[in-house]
Design a protein around this ligand. Structure first.
Ligand code: HSE
Length: 434
């Protein structure tokens, strides 16, 4: 390939752990990038809030004026600032002036993606964002390109490493949530303010991006039903183990087809029990993994590091090379497609399954009272397991699929039965036939 053409000029916005790695890798092997891209890549500037705090960046590149950098002679803007503003305004400005964009900003894409994609379309430039979901794992490009000819039924994944670490530790040690979160903070797995991770905001933004790509429909973070992990107890994990299951925080994006063939999208984040034999059950530590079910391709699994400087930089650089190549040949990558416009289903109407673990009185008629409460709500039972313990018994009920609101109200009614001493665990069940 001829690399004697004008350089592709790259502006870097933000230089934290990811930006530092992006810069280092770009500067370590310029000939390699030039050969892969078809033109040399030249970093024209690095915008940071405090230029005096970045001794690792050549001083001539540093600036505190991100707007001026974006407005300058630049072909591609790489945004690694995070958050909504000023990232949104800077990227709109870049796109509207014909610059391509590479971003890792999941929160921005999950809320304002359509505005950014429209600006890219109008200007005929690229916006790539592989690093926004599951760090190093090539996932968005497979959904956007490799599977573009297939029909995706489901994307279900562990896309938050912090919560996966906490749940894996709770399972391994038997410790409670608060104690394990503290430990995760001490070891550097959890942020000082862990809210975005543990309350599922991070995973919900990623679910919105995944659902949009998988179902060619605009799904925003506010469309995603979200429950975090702070309510998961050692009792839940023990109940899961008893049925050879484990608990994971899952981002689930699903094509739901009703009895009349009408389609909608369910996008949700919540803890769920999955069978120990499911490929996602073996994903431990802070790893991410995403399981995709498609009509023709069948089941696919994507696994790897979902965070960290170098892994995320790998995804950013892959996008940068792709965007630069497109500019060299004068084309564009795939556009966002939201043509399907499927409605997003409210959680209450979404078909789910529940695992309910109860402490009940061990006397005649208890099982039938509990079972008939499920029947009253038209919820069908799949598995019942009872074990006597003196005057009490432990009763586990796993349901067939029903509307989530029906399952929820069934559990409320069961909890009010005088024979039920305690509702030990209520958890949705995923990853197995209904
Ligand atoms: N905080 C995220 C995680 C990584 O724990 O996976 C960035 O999205």
């Amino acid at each position: 390939m001829n690399v004697n053409r004008e350089p592709i000029r790259v502006a870097l916005l933000g230089c934290g752990t990811v930006g530092t790695e992006v810069l280092r890798l770009l500067q370590d092997q310029p000939e390699e990038f030039a050969a892969r891209t078809g033109a040399p890549m030249q970093v024209t500037g690095v915008a940071v809030r405090r230029p005096d705090k970045h001794p690792e960046v050549p001083p001539g590149l540093l600036t505190a004026d991100a707007s001026a950098l974006v407005d300058g002679d630049v072909d591609v803007v790489v945004e690694l600032i995070g958050g909504i503003e000023p990232a949104r305004s800077l990227l709109l400005r870049a796109l509207r002036s014909g610059k391509s964009v590479v971003t890792a900003n999941k929160a921005l894409l999950a809320e304002h993606g359509s505005e950014l994609y429209a600006a890219a379309d109008e200007a005929g430039v690229d916006i790539y964002f592989e690093a926004a979901v599951a760090g190093a794992i090539p996932l968005l490009r497979p959904l956007r390109e490799s599977l573009a000819g297939d029909r995706i039924h489901r994307v279900m994944g562990i896309v938050n490493g912090t919560t996966n670490y906490i749940l894996s530790e709770m399972d391994a040690t038997g410790a409670g949530y608060a104690e394990t979160l503290d430990e995760a903070g001490r070891l550097g797995y959890a942020e000082a303010d862990p809210t975005a991770d543990v309350d599922g905001f991070d995973a919900a933004s990623k679910a919105a991006i995944l659902a949009s790509l998988a179902f060619h429909t605009r799904v925003t973070a506010s469309d995603v039903h979200r429950e975090g992990i702070s309510g998961v107890t050692p009792g839940d994990l023990a109940a899961a183990r008893q049925l050879d299951r484990t608990v994971k925080l899952l981002s689930i994006c699903e094509r739901v087809v009703d009895e009349d063939g009408g389609e909608s999208v369910s996008a949700r984040v919540h803890p769920a029990m999955i069978p120990s034999t499911h490929p996602l059950a073996r994903v431990g530590d802070a790893y991410n993994a995403v399981f995709v079910e498609a009509e023709a391709a069948g089941e696919l699994m994507f696994y790897g590091r979902g965070a960290g400087g170098a892994p995320t930089a790998s995804a950013v650089l892959g996008d940068l090379v792709a965007v630069a190549r497109n500019r060299v040949v004068g084309g564009r990558g795939p556009r966002e497609s939201a043509h399907a416009k499927l409605p997003v289903q409210p959680m209450g109407k979404t078909p789910t399954r529940y695992h309910v673990s109860l402490d009940v009185a061990d006397k005649p008629g208890v099982l039938s009272q509990v079972a008939s409460t499920f029947t009253d709500h038209e919820v069908s039972i799949s598995v019942v397991r009872q074990q006597g313990r003196g005057a009490d018994a432990s009763l586990v009920v796993v349901t067939h699929t029903a509307a989530d609101e029906a399952l929820r109200s069934t559990v409320e009614s069961v909890a009010r039965l005088p024979v039920v001493r305690d509702v030990v665990s209520v958890m949705r069940v995923e990853g197995e036939p209904s």
